[in-house]
Design a protein around this ligand. Structure first.
Ligand code: HEC
Length: 133
């Protein structure tokens, strides 16, 4: 029931946007199973074919912005973690992005060739600096 409420809250307010919304789905069939102690537990069986509705607001930080250097960042900076680590940061000035890239290389062992670092730092500064957000 709580799950159904959460899903209902996450739905877009647009009517008829998601015909497969859980509200229209048949009620979950309770299934009684016995636990090892013998006390029956009732679980809601998953409704087959129920699609998760698209949320009204994004649940993720956005993907990398378009621009020169995006491909390099996508290639070198998604080896160990998602690029959302970048897009979720507060706006950082160029020297902070430079320090961040150096930290990835020196502290965490990111394999970023010398020649690729400047374009990466330029991209990060251009799209994720204080004057852009
Ligand atoms: C070798 C693995 C590795 C690579 C490659 C890598 N990172 Fe990271 N990154 C990490 C680790 C480990 C953390 C810390 C994760 C944590 O604290 O949960 C991190 C965290 C971050 C953070 C969060 C802030 C912080 O300092 O903890 C940012 C921003 C970031 N990385 C940017 C980058 C960028 C930009 C690149 C590409 C130049 C990159 N990372 C490549 C390992 C890597």
């Amino acid at each position: 029931m709580i799950l159904a409420l959460l899903i209902a809250c996450a739905q877009t307010p647009t009517p008829a946007a998601s015909p497969a919304a859980p509200a229209a789905a048949p009620a979950a069939t309770p299934v009684a199973i016995a636990d090892p102690v013998g006390v029956p537990q009732v679980l809601a069986a998953p409704v087959a074919g129920t699609a998760f509705p698209a949320p009204a607001t994004p649940l993720h930080t956005p993907p990398l912005a378009e621009g020169d250097g995006k491909d390099k960042v996508a290639a070198y900076c998604s080896v160990c973690h998602a690029t959302t680590y970048i897009t979720m940061q507060p706006p950082l000035p160029p020297e902070k992005w430079k320090a961040e890239v150096e930290k990835m290389v020196n502290a965490y062992g990111a394999q970023v060739p010398e020649a690729e670092r400047a374009p990466i730092i330029a991209y990060l500064s251009a799209h994720y600096g204080p004057d852009r957000r």
